[in-house]
Design a protein around this ligand. Structure first.
Ligand SMILES: [Zn+2]
Length: 139
């Protein structure tokens, strides 16, 4: 365990890159529409069915964490939310991702998902949510 001297957060890896600020998850939800907050809650609920996850506020987004970060809520929009799953290969054969982008200077491909409706978290999306979670568990 490593404790950051600045913010007192503890991490598994020494000098873990993180956000030392005091932004909370609530800060991201303040002022958002009922629809968007509903989507956020639905998504987190679905993830809790997959396994234990923690949320971490970063400067600009919410990270989903198991043993390490494995997905990011990058935007809470007017009536939608955007989630990014980094995978080490592009899963081009899908119906759910609007964009897959190689991350510069890494082996990751960011898979961009936009959720408008609770039903958008369908079986296909859940398959990728599980895949990301397994990466986060470091299994
Ligand atoms: Zn810190």
């Amino acid at each position: 365990m490593w404790t950051c001297a600045l913010c007192n957060q503890t991490f598994k890896n020494s000098n873990q890159i993180h956000y030392c600020g005091d932004k909370t998850i609530n800060d991201f939800l303040i002022g958002k529409s009922e629809t968007t907050v509903g989507l956020f809650n639905h998504f987190i609920l679905k993830y809790n069915e997959i396994g234990d996850i923690k949320l971490q506020a970063t400067k600009s987004m919410i990270a989903l964490v198991a043993n390490k970060r494995f997905a990011y809520i990058i935007k809470l929009g007017k009536d939608f939310m955007d989630v990014v799953f980094p995978f080490n290969e592009p899963f081009d054969d899908n119906y759910c991702f609007r964009k897959i982008a190689a991350v510069p200077e890494s082996n990751d491909y960011n898979h961009h998902l936009r959720i408008y409706l609770p039903e958008d978290v369908n079986d296909e999306v859940i398959t990728y949510m599980k895949k990301a979670y397994i990466n986060g568990k470091n299994i």
